[in-house]
Design a protein around this ligand. Structure first.
Ligand code: HEC
Length: 145
């Protein structure tokens, strides 16, 4: 999958590698993007790992997202799974929308509803309940790889 994507990028425009397509921040479009599963080709840790409140999670970082700073357009997705890793519970996503650093420059999204594109728990820049933890590092990304 990853090889195919790289080949497509390499041959797409006279050999130049194009930046990845933008990740939408309109909630219903972002839901569609997540449902399409494209983000699973981003770099990630190989397996689920224990997170907060007895859940498991796995983080996918787009190539331009990093713990030491990210450009506008950078994005990351976290899959939240139940304690046994048997059922996915939610998607969380962050997309950088402004050149500054910190939560005011990022759109935060979370949904526990995989069917309804309009349903979400969080869909806003500097969302309360996300920003406090995600202001702890250089920018907003917290995963260290
Ligand atoms: C209690 C602190 C805390 C809160 C609240 C929190 N997060 Fe996180 N989040 C983390 C930590 C720690 C990581 C890194 C996990 C890892 O390394 O596996 C993370 C990782 C992520 C990632 C993967 C990219 C990254 O930064 O590493 C996304 C996406 C994400 N969180 C979205 C959200 C959203 C959306 C909210 C609000 C609904 C939220 N988080 C609330 C602590 C928090």
């Amino acid at each position: 999958m990853r090889t195919l994507l790289v080949l497509a990028l390499l041959t797409g425009c006279g050999g130049a590698i194009e930046p990845p397509a933008p990740v939408p921040t309109e909630p219903a479009e972002l839901h569609g993007f997540l449902a399409a599963g494209e983000y699973q080709a981003w770099r990630s840790e190989p397996d689920l790992k224990p997170g907060l409140n007895s859940t498991m999670h796995r983080v996918f970082l787009r190539e331009d997202a990093a713990i030491d700073g990210s450009p506008v357009g950078a994005a990351a997705v976290r899959e939240l799974w139940d304690a046994d890793g048997a059922e996915q519970l939610a998607w969380s996503a962050v997309v950088k929308v402004d050149p500054g650093e910190g939560p005011e420059s990022w759109f935060f999204y979370e949904t526990y509803d995989f069917d309804d594109r309009e349903a979400h728990l969080v869909a806003e820049v500097a969302a309360n309940g996300c920003a406090s933890c995600h202001a702890a590092e250089v920018d907003v990304i917290r995963t260290e790889y």
